[in-house]
Ligand binder design. Structure first.
Ligand SMILES: [Zn+2]
Length: 306
């Protein structure tokens, strides 16, 4: 069976936790799904109209986290780390059942999602994967924040930088090739906030489940988490994880080169809205092994794409 065929999880994965923003307990199950289902969320606490597609145009809020909604007002928040894990581990199809309106934050990273998906394994279907190939360069700017995506040969490259006045975070930049690089540092990197912003978030009724167990808290020249950082570029690496998750709302893996400075959920979503507003900006290719010019793509890369 081809590694370029669509994959789903081999068995049901069960995860319990709390929502970062709503602070409520949540039970989530990642279930196997048929080919061409894509990723689909189901709110099991709602009787009707409880299916929510994680699509670019279904993003109802992208402030602090990514929230998707259906036409009936049912929503799910903080989907980005789970979506990043599904993207990176090559899960094309899955039904995500959840009994509340926010994905559990766990340790603030995608580590547990990735560990569980890898441990459970995947079932490979006999249908080929589809990939979105970016055809035109698209740029989106907002103040001093910029994001762009342009055509690339065969990979998804993400080049991300952050610039913080806080000198502990400071300026960080990292570049990854999503289908080729070891993404362990990306998956393991936790969400973060400034100590002085916690009060603001709580006043906005956000971060009610937030703690040092699920976020890095930066105060002046240090972090309050006793265990320290997990990797040298944990801040920007987390932003890359967010970006991967938000990109997966396009429905398929992407071939393109993305460059972002000081962006986040909102900017990534605005970029994708611009890309998908014009059919000439992208094409969708079905990757069948016989169509691949083997002289130009080596087998290792093929495995990492799938
Ligand atoms: Zn995040």
């Amino acid at each position: 069976m081809s590694v370029l065929n669509q994959k789903t999880v081999k068995e049901v994965i069960k995860i319990d936790g709390v929502g970062l923003h709503n602070g409520k307990k949540v039970h989530m199950e990642i279930k196997p799904a048929e080919p061409n289902t894509g990723i689909l969320f189901k709110r099991t606490d709602l009787q009707n109209n409880n299916l929510i597609v994680p699509g670019v145009f279904n993003v109802s809020s992208a402030v602090f986290c990514t929230t998707i909604s259906n036409n009936f007002g049912a929503s799910i928040s903080t989907i980005e780390h789970l979506m990043g894990a599904l993207y990176g581990t090559g899960i094309d199809n899955a039904l995500i059942e959840i009994d509340n309106d926010e994905v559990p934050i766990l340790d603030g990273s995608a580590k547990l999602f990735v560990d569980k998906i890898i441990k459970t394994g995947t079932t490979i279907s006999d249908l080929p994967i589809k990939i979105i190939k970016i055809e035109n360069k698209i740029l989106f700017k907002e103040g001093n924040k910029t994001i762009s995506i342009e055509p690339n040969k065969i990979s998804l490259d993400i080049d991300f930088e952050i610039k913080y006045e806080n000198s502990f975070i400071g300026n960080q930049r990292n570049q990854v090739k999503v289908y080729e690089d070891d993404l362990l540092d990306i998956y393991n990197s936790r969400t973060f906030c400034l100590y002085e912003d916690i009060e603001k978030l709580k006043n906005m009724n956000l971060a009610k489940g937030g703690s040092l167990e699920n976020a890095i808290v930066v105060k002046d020249e240090k972090i309050l988490n006793k265990e320290g950082l997990r990797n040298e570029k944990e801040f920007v690496n987390h932003k890359i994880l967010d970006c991967m998750g938000d990109l997966y709302l396009s429905g398929f893996k992407i071939i393109g080169k993305l460059v972002c400075s000081q962006g986040g959920h909102k900017l990534t979503n605005q970029l994708l809205r611009k890309v998908f507003s014009d059919d000439s900006n992208f094409s969708i290719i079905e990757v069948k092994e016989k169509n691949i010019p083997h002289s130009y793509i080596n087998k290792n890369i093929l495995e990492s794409i799938a």
